[in-house]
Design a protein around this ligand. Structure first.
Ligand SMILES: [Zn+2]
Length: 68
């Protein structure tokens, strides 16, 4: 997994003022075919233009086997 700290500037506007946000609770990511607790999503966000540069689910292993 790529290190989230590798990103230093926004690809859209070039700003280096990046922030980190997360989705949790009702907006957590859930596997499509499993009725289990979802996982938090963390984002790297440009604080200038609002572009979401990267998003990660905290427990990607929960999503194995959900595509087919
Ligand atoms: Zn930006």
């Amino acid at each position: 997994m790529k290190n989230i700290a590798d990103i230093t500037a926004c690809p859209k506007c070039g700003s280096r003022e990046l922030g980190k946000g997360k989705h949790s609770g009702y907006s957590a990511m859930h596997p499509v075919n499993k009725m289990i607790i979802g996982t938090t999503i963390e984002y790297v966000i440009c604080t200038e233009c609002g572009y979401i540069i990267e998003g990660y689910v905290k427990k990607p292993g929960k999503f194995k086997g959900t595509l087919y």
